[in-house]
Design a protein around this ligand. Sequence first.
Ligand SMILES: [Mg+2]
Length: 249
Amino acid sequence: MAITALTFDLDDTLWDNRPILERAEAEHYQWLSEAIAAAQTSPQTSFGDCYPLSAYQQHRADVARRHPLKRGDFTWIRERALFELVEAYGLPRLQARLWAAHAIAHFLDLRHDLTPYPDVVPLLDALRQRYRLAAITNGNADLKRLALAEHFPVMIAAGELHAPKPDPRAFLAALARLGATPSRALHVGDSWREDVLPAQRLGMQVAWVDAKDEGPRALPPGVHRLAHVRELPALLDRLTTQDSARQGG
Ligand SMILES: [Mg+2]
């Protein structure tokens, strides 16, 4: 069956996410510690010295464990962890909430200060002439804050739906909004567990962007390995050729 719709993962599929997250992680926390220190009237051990970045990371894991229904909503978990730490540091609850909200706003600004791989914009420009496109992300990248949004009429923030991938609901929501059946859609993503397996189980074709070179693996039917998203048009051309050969034969 000819492919009519494409769904895309974002982080590590359309851009290299690790340096973005590392920078956002360090800088928003540093900002918070300095901002609290600047607002203090009497000298005391700084917030960052009481709770170094590793303590925040640990506390976040703890918050995630205590709030299983929020799994996948990373922004909520971050803000909650910051709020609890600032309150534990000794600030009144309302102030702690405000500091956490400011720090999260700062984190999200940094999170969206990103550049897609150089090939991505022309690639999406060409693809959207032929296919309906959707983005499905577990992360807290908000496409509406990125220039890339114009390419995606459908955007699914799976974490905020509390149905993060590999939950199939995120894929089904995207397909419903694209008006496509799984057999006429192809998902593009880098994660074996969160992208490849759930999409393949729904009967979609999958372009697995194996950027981390996770090594040879027996690929299930309908799964195609790419080294980079720029190889996608060649794969789609191949699938179209195969499909018309099958129709013709
Ligand atoms: Mg990804």
